[in-house]
Ligand binder design. Structure first.
Ligand SMILES: Cc1cc2nc3c(=O)[nH]c(=O)nc-3n(C[C@H](O)[C@H](O)[C@H](O)COP(=O)(O)O)c2cc1C
Length: 159
């Protein structure tokens, strides 16, 4: 295979004190080490999606381009009230056709012991409706505040 698989790694929240960004960056850095893929990091903070829906005026052209070029997605979502954040939903909702029949892997994050499993389960329902094909397994980051070193690597005891 000559061409690399392009994977968009998506962070799931714009919250100012967000911890889940560390897990998203960890997945991104991990992906950079896999020779067969090209990874691009998608931070919902970097985009602007006015209003709701997927009408032209509610899109961000930079996000449109990323989703168009992506062969696959990896979404890392924190759990907010047993679901995923509205900012992630708003970003995902802004497109549709660019997702259809592409694979998506999901990662969950929480500050407790469950690792965001309920957010991931809730997200499965939405991404399926968007035409994405969800992978068989997901990855979970429980107690995210204790997992990473300052440089973003996993602490020794968590490897
Ligand atoms: C509005 C809100 C609701 C939350 N609800 C849950 C929840 O239902 N279950 C859970 O395990 N953690 C919940 N948390 C805590 C998150 O697990 C925690 O914020 C974690 O660090 C991941 O999200 P972050 O990127 O916002 O930091 C909630 C956090 C917020 C801000």
């Amino acid at each position: 295979m000559d061409e690399k698989i392009r994977v968009a790694v998506m962070a799931g929240t714009t919250r100012a004190q967000r911890e889940s960004i560390k897990a998203a960056r960890y997945v991104f850095e991990f992906g950079k080490q896999i020779p067969e893929i090209d990874v691009v990091f998608v931070d919902p903070l970097d985009f602007n999606f006015p209003g709701d829906g997927n009408d032209p005026e509610g899109k961000d052209p930079r996000y449109t381009k990323i989703t168009e070029l992506a062969d696959a997605f990896f979404i890392i979502t924190p759990e907010y009230n047993h679901s995923f954040p509205g900012s992630l939903k708003r970003m995902l909702d802004s497109e549709l056709k660019n997702y259809v029949h592409k694979p998506v892997a999901l990662g969950g994050v929480s500050n407790g012991g469950w690792g965001g499993v309920r957010a991931v389960e809730a997200l499965v329902t939405s991404v399926r409706e968007m035409g994405l094909a969800v992978t068989f397994t997901s990855v979970y980051f429980p107690k995210v505040q204790d997992l990473f070193n300052e440089d973003g690597s996993l602490k020794e005891e968590n490897r």
